[in-house]
Design a binder for this molecule. Structure first.
Ligand SMILES: Cc1ncc(COP(=O)(O)O)c(C=O)c1O
Length: 403
């Protein structure tokens, strides 16, 4: 039957890479593809105890009932207090909206700000899930040049900044590159945003995962008037709770509340109550976050060591200071999407870089996620990839000589 899909639904495409990556769920594949947090860092005992507490307390009816769209008041208060202390900035609970994962925040922000053909500034590369969320509202993306220190704010002209609806950025341990925006670039970006009334959408799910515990100021703390800040509990508690939050001016929050009401009324009450129980006990995050950092830093180092040991000298990668990803750059003429098809036949997977570009402008790079892979598999997987890349480099060199 002919389906009467809306234009918006018709233009959605299932990515070819997603199809390939379905294979990576097979147990015998060494997958560096999924950007999942490590289950061994989940606070199982605390979540179990908190769930029992909620279910046995008089709060049970609140936890099982419809709740306010803005979110569970004690959790909003907790978030406001946490951010005010962590970032030395004043956040009021009225500026906090709890969302069903920060992915929902991206969709709501797209709905709130983008009319078709509006200009949206993005990093190169950027988070695929943000492109998917914004694509529904048909913006025109302007790709901002980026390097190992993050986006280059000096390349954004005042005209472009003034005309754009917003700039979307992940300043800390970016997905997909693992890069962190330097402090001086943060200052330059914020000055540009203030000067041109540019809205900054700061997506920060990895900010707490700096291995050395050395935070850089968030854009929100530098320019609260210009910034919509997105936080997530997926990487510091568990993603299954589906809890994230938006911090912004009350004017933005009011509009986002209206949009969220239409989308899902509110984020599940039960998970908000459970998260609040966990977070509010004995400064939970001050003990828990260092444990996650330790696990992630160790696996990151293991992968860096394996890359160093096996990769040919023509291959380059970054040394992340936090987060879950390493970005690998191949010689120009090696296509990472083609490499993936071969890698899968040898039971190794990664995400090719071109999916993370608004205009698919680069094909010789890929993302490695290391936190869910046991150490012996990290080494084996990298060795297999390195052999394949080496083979391609030699093949290309032979071709050049023959020509
Ligand atoms: C940069 C970025 N933003 C948002 C999300 C979505 O996270 P959440 O689980 O909070 O919806 C992710 C998930 O991986 C991400 O990497």
């Amino acid at each position: 039957m002919h389906q009467k899909f809306s234009h918006r639904a018709q233009v959605l495409k299932s990515s070819a890479i997603r199809e390939i990556l379905k294979v990576t769920e097979q147990p015998d594949i060494i997958s560096f593809a999924g950007g999942l947090p490590a289950p061994d860092a989940f606070p199982l005992t605390e979540i179990k105890t908190a769930t029992d507490t909620v279910l046995q307390s008089k709060d049970i009816y609140g936890a099982l009932q419809y709740g306010p769209t803005e979110g569970y008041a004690p959790l909003r208060q907790w978030i406001a207090d946490y951010l005010s202390a962590r970032d030395q900035t004043a956040v009021k609970p009225a500026q906090v909206l709890i969302v069903t994962g920060s992915q929902q925040a991206l969709d709501l922000i797209g709905k709130m700000l983008i009319d078709s053909d509006d200009k949206v500034l993005v990093e190169t590369p950027t988070y695929l899930g943000a492109l998917q969320a914004f694509n529904q509202y048909a913006p025109e993306y302007i790709a901002i040049e980026s390097d190992s220190e993050g986006l280059k704010p000096e390349t954004i002209s005042d005209d472009v900044a003034a005309e754009a609806k917003f700039l979307y950025t992940i300043p800390n341990f970016q997905n997909p590159t693992g890069r962190r925006l330097t402090e001086s670039r943060r200052q330059t970006l914020v000055a540009k945003a203030k000067h041109n009334h540019l809205i900054l959408v700061e997506d920060d799910p990895y900010g707490d995962l700096d291995y050395q515990g050395h935070r850089l100021p968030c854009l929100y703390s530098l320019a609260p008037e210009n910034t919509i800040y997105l936080g997530s509990f997926s990487k510091i508690l568990t993603p299954g709770l589906r809890l994230g939050f938006i911090v912004a001016s009350e004017q933005f929050i009011g509009k986002l509340v209206q949009l969220k009401q239409a989308a899902d009324l509110h984020t599940p009450s039960l998970t908000q109550y459970i998260a609040y129980q966990v977070l509010s006990k004995n400064n939970f995050l001050t003990h828990h976050i260092p444990k996650i950092r330790e696990i992630y830093a160790k696996r990151c180092q293991y992968m860096l060591d394996s890359l160093k040991r096996y990769m040919p000298r023509q291959v380059h990668w970054n040394q992340p200071e936090g987060g879950m990803f390493i970005w690998v750059e191949l010689p120009e003429n090696i296509n990472a999407t083609e490499l993936l098809s071969d890698a899968i036949s040898q039971k190794v997977a990664f995400v090719p870089g071109e999916t993370f570009y608004a205009h698919a402008e680069k094909t010789n790079c890929f993302r490695l996620a290391f936190v869910t892979v046991p150490e012996e598999k990290i080494e084996r997987g990298i060795k297999i990839l390195a052999e394949m890349i080496n083979h391609r480099i030699h093949h290309l060199q032979e071709k050049t000589v023959m020509m």
